[in-house]
Design a protein around this ligand. Sequence first.
Ligand code: BG6
Length: 480
Amino acid sequence: MKFPKDFLWGGAVAANQCEGAWNVAGKGVSISDVLTEGSHHKPRRIEPSLSEQYFYPSHEAIDFYHRYEDDIRLLAEMGFKVFRTSINWTRIFPTGEEDQPNEQGLLFYDRLFACCKKYQIEPLVTISHYELPYALVEKYNGWTNRKLIDLFMKYCKVIFKRYQHQVKYWLTFNEVNAGTIYTGTTSTTANFKGFSGSLADLKDNEAERFQALHHIFLASAQAVEYAHQHYPHFKMGCMIGFLGYYPYTCNPDDLLLAQEKMRMIDWFSSDIQVRGYYPSYAKRYFEKKGISIQQMPGDSQILQTGKVDFYTFSYYMTFCVSQDPNVEETTGNLLGGVKNPYLKASDWGWQIDPKGLRWSLNEIYDRYQLPIMIVENGLGAYDELTSDFQIHDDYRIDYMRQHIEQMAEAIADGVNLIGYTPWGCIDLVSLSTGEMDKRYGMIYVDKNNDGTGSLKRYKKDSFYWYQRVIQTNGEELGNL
Ligand code: BG6
């Protein structure tokens, strides 16, 4: 067998990209609710006015909030053993500062997790997937204020207690390492108080961002420690947006650049969350950038006691790095980077590198020796719904097949890979562009970029293919 018999096959979504119902049943405004639509060539905007002149894709999304029973039934039909989703903080604490949680919000996740249980699907829950109450941006400038640690802990204590019998696997912050780069300002550190306009015009403040990230690490560590103390059966994980960097040439300068990139973008956050302390290489980076992180007595102890139990990551692409400023670049997840002449790319310019997944898995496992899950992976592509309601997405099947083959290779290399939840198993709103047309799912949702569409669901060819992959525990990967 290529995969262990209890391998967790499934798929992943995030509340803010699928639920919709943005102002229903007491829910507050989240940072994702103030983001307008964009496209590959047009940046999204932050428009907190919520004015009718803008279109906000999260407000309805794919209406998972009202349709989750049918959707989970379809995922169960594919054979899912695990379903990764997130809890929307603003359903539970609309502004983050209420004393009491919003019971109606809690009830929604009661129902959702009960539905998963009905089909014996294990939920894997991200506590904060690129969202927090927008009120905390306006009042505190997001995570720059230490106060958010207590507010996050209040939220965690409520959901841990409420869902202790339904949820075992938790991830604290989605792609927490986004906070090490400028794109994290909107999604992770949320230090954009007072800003409205195009994301292209949002100014970066790196020192502020790393201070905010320090508070996020403390919040994550406190949540992990609290869970270990009160709910010893919980498994607490970190989640990293992993971007492998290859030296463009064998010039030692390129090699050192690749090492520096990987340290600060890929390893820095997980080194802290897995090992429990700031890595030695960060000191020089901070000195070079004039960054000084304010720490309180006891902070290092908190990081040390809140180490995670397993490592998870998203994997979409790799890049090259070069000391030559004239080499060609391409776009990607969170960041762009230097184009690799050996790789093909998606319609959005994201380079496709299945072997890079095997390499990444080996690097991660060698470093941490913890169980690993790939909690996002997939091809964002245009799909065509035929007149007889079919979607022939052989390109997606090819992409998934090649990545699953490399997962099997990594397992044979000795990596303890325990699960795979490809992204957007049902089509949802794209994070970077706000489009619906950038589809990842094995289930098609009839919805267009401008919000029109019937919201009906259709099974793509990849639905039946992935169903057989799961049935055969990854043994049969050929076309049907
Ligand atoms: C990851 C995020 O960065 O990439 C998801 O965790 C996101 O939220 C996914 O949707 C794919 O990116 P995009 O921009 O194609 O939606």
